[in-house]
Write a protein that binds this ligand. Structure first.
Ligand code: HEC
Ligand code: HEC
Ligand code: HEC
Ligand code: HEC
Ligand code: HEC
Ligand code: HEC
Ligand code: HEC
Ligand code: HEC
Ligand code: HEC
Length: 282
């Protein structure tokens, strides 16, 4: 029977040495890279930066806590998420000595990021009071979610909510690029009962000092004046001949015309109690 070669005799202690060395390396990688990477990728990590407290505080109480930070701010593509994790290992070590400036890893949330969790894009608001055809805006007009949802997590809108504002919509819905009739967007938030009278257009001017008008109609400075620049139904084809009679019946002319308008044809402010001092209603 041949003797076992020496090398085989000494193999088991040497193998275990190698195993220990590999184990140490694995342990070091875990402690020095993976653990910091894990810690720094948790949203709680950002609490250490004073400059982020405005974003962190409201987020921590929001419906989006489970989205972390990267859920919205990092593209869901595998490469982007991996690059983010790698970068955050470095940021972990940097943050031990330097916290004055937070890492610039918060790029604007993309639609892809939001759509990893949201797929059911409705056409009315959850409360049912607004028409909001999401697909028309997101798919057809190729808008970004955050163009409307900029108040989503970190900031309240002027009404104290996290929902989009009417002012945001009106940048496009100006009556030119897109519809601006109240009823294009509002459903149940119907006009008050006063408005349903058949003569509302004739009598609304007498109620104009009601402060409630402002709460609904102040959104566009020139909303009243815009309509007053359009020729009203009363001005039919014979208006030039009959307007003199109308002046005697009611004084609504001042809402839309000022004195100089009449002077154009009459050479002076016509009599019949027309008050040229009244300006166009705003
Ligand atoms: C649900 C999505 C969402 C989550 C989750 C989220 N954010 Fe944001 N974040 C936004 C939106 C929307 C904005 C506003 C972007 C805009 O209007 O351009 C924003 C803006 C920011 C900004 C300002 C960026 C700039 O350029 O002005 C910072 C900083 C920020 N977020 C940090 C955080 C931090 C830290 C977390 C985690 C603690 C976090 N965000 C989680 C959606 C999110
Ligand atoms: C990690 C998943 C996740 C991501 C990413 C995410 N959301 Fe949400 N979102 C939720 C959950 C969960 C809720 C609360 C439950 C619900 O209403 O469906 C919510 C609620 C909402 C609401 C209802 C209002 C509210 O605050 O409750 C809006 C609007 C919204 N998300 C928009 C967005 C937008 C825009 C983005 C991208 C910037 C986004 N979400 C990213 C999970 C997510
Ligand atoms: C044109 C503006 C606009 C755009 C663009 C937009 N939204 Fe909205 N979204 C709204 C409005 C307005 C509401 C209703 C808010 C309210 O309740 O008053 C809403 C409501 C929501 C809600 C809550 C209603 C629900 O279905 O539970 C979610 C979630 C939401 N949007 C996600 C998104 C996502 C994701 C995107 C991008 C893919 C997006 N939105 C793009 C205007 C917009
Ligand atoms: C980037 C420009 C833009 C913004 C911002 C925008 N919209 Fe629109 N919207 C359009 C365009 C363009 C159309 C299609 C033309 C039209 O119907 O007037 C449209 C159509 C609509 C329609 C369908 C109107 C109809 O009767 O066919 C509704 C409802 C609507 N938008 C609501 C909103 C709401 C609510 C907001 C704000 C949360 C908003 N939009 C913000 C551009 C915009
Ligand atoms: C392009 C869509 C759109 C049009 C057109 C529109 N609104 Fe709005 N309106 C909104 C959105 C979005 C909000 C914010 C959601 C909310 O607070 O319910 C809003 C909010 C309001 C509010 C509550 C404001 C507040 O401070 O909370 C009133 C009142 C209102 N609208 C009246 C009107 C009237 C009156 C008109 C027509 C003269 C009109 N809206 C036209 C989209 C629209
Ligand atoms: C849809 C178009 C339209 C809008 C919007 C409108 N008006 Fe008028 N307004 C008219 C018409 C038409 C008349 C003339 C009525 C008549 O006598 O036949 C008028 C008349 C008036 C008068 C004179 C009435 C009188 O009897 O002396 C006043 C004042 C007035 N409007 C104020 C306002 C104010 C304030 C607003 C905004 C809150 C407003 N209007 C919005 C169409 C409009
Ligand atoms: C609760 C909100 C609200 C209040 C308060 C309100 N309005 Fe309106 N108003 C609306 C809405 C919504 C419409 C659009 C109705 C429609 O298109 O059928 C509207 C339409 C109008 C119109 C145009 C009607 C037409 O036929 O086109 C006039 C004029 C008007 N309002 C004047 C006033 C005046 C003046 C006041 C104050 C006395 C007032 N509104 C108060 C919501 C309001
Ligand atoms: C486009 C030119 C024109 C403008 C602008 C005009 N008018 Fe006249 N107006 C006439 C003409 C022409 C007549 C005579 C009509 C007829 O008798 O056939 C007339 C007649 C009158 C009469 C009747 C005079 C009488 O002696 O019986 C009165 C009152 C009157 N206008 C008031 C006004 C007022 C107020 C304004 C401004 C809001 C005004 N007009 C703006 C052309 C105009
Ligand atoms: C709701 C607003 C509004 C009211 C109220 C109004 N007008 Fe006008 N009127 C107009 C507009 C807009 C025009 C067209 C102006 C132009 O073409 O420059 C016009 C044109 C006229 C014209 C010129 C007619 C022509 O064919 O050239 C006369 C005259 C006139 N109005 C007289 C009056 C008198 C008198 C009253 C009061 C009884 C009155 N208007 C009330 C908006 C109004």
């Amino acid at each position: 029977m041949p003797l076992k070669p020496n090398s085989e005799l000494g193999s088991s202690p040497r193998r275990s040495h190698r195993l220990i060395r590999v184990g140490l390396v694995v342990f070091a990688v875990l402690v020095l890279l993976v653990l910091p990477g894990y810690l720094a990728s948790r949203p709680g990590f950002f609490e250490r930066y004073p400059s982020l407290s405005d974003q962190y505080g409201p987020w921590s109480k929001s419906t989006h806590v489970e989205a972390g930070c990267e859920g919205c701010h990092v593209s869901p593509a595998v490469g982007s998420r991996a690059a983010y994790r790698v970068r955050m290992v470095g940021e972990f070590y940097r943050s031990i000595v330097f916290r004055a400036k937070a890492p610039a890893v918060f790029s604007a949330p993309t639609n892809e990021a939001c759509l990893t969790c949201h797929s059911d894009l409705r056409s009315v608001s959850p409360a049912g009071d607004l028409q909001i055809p999401h697909r028309a805006h997101v798919t057809v007009l190729e808008m970004q979610c955050i163009e409307c949802h900029s108040y989503l997590v970190h900031e309240l809108n002027p009404q104290g909510k996290h929902t989009p504002t009417m002012e945001g919509c009106l940048t496009c819905h100006d009556g030119d690029r897109a519809k601006d009739a109240c009823t294009a967007c509002h459903t149940a938030k119907a006009a008050p009962a006063t408005h349903s009278g058949a003569d509302w257009l004739v009598v609304h001017g007498t109620k104009k000092d009601d402060p409630a008008c402002v709460s609904c109609h102040q959104w566009k400075d020139d909303w009243c004046a815009d309509c007053h620049s359009q020729r009203p139904a009363s001005h039919g084809s014979d208006w030039r001949a009959v307007h003199g009679e109308a002046v005697k019946r009611n004084r609504s002319c001042e809402a839309c015309h000022d004195g100089p308008f009449c002077i154009r044809c009459h050479g002076e402010v016509p009599p019949d109690n027309f008050d040229a001092g009244l300006k166009i209603v705003e």
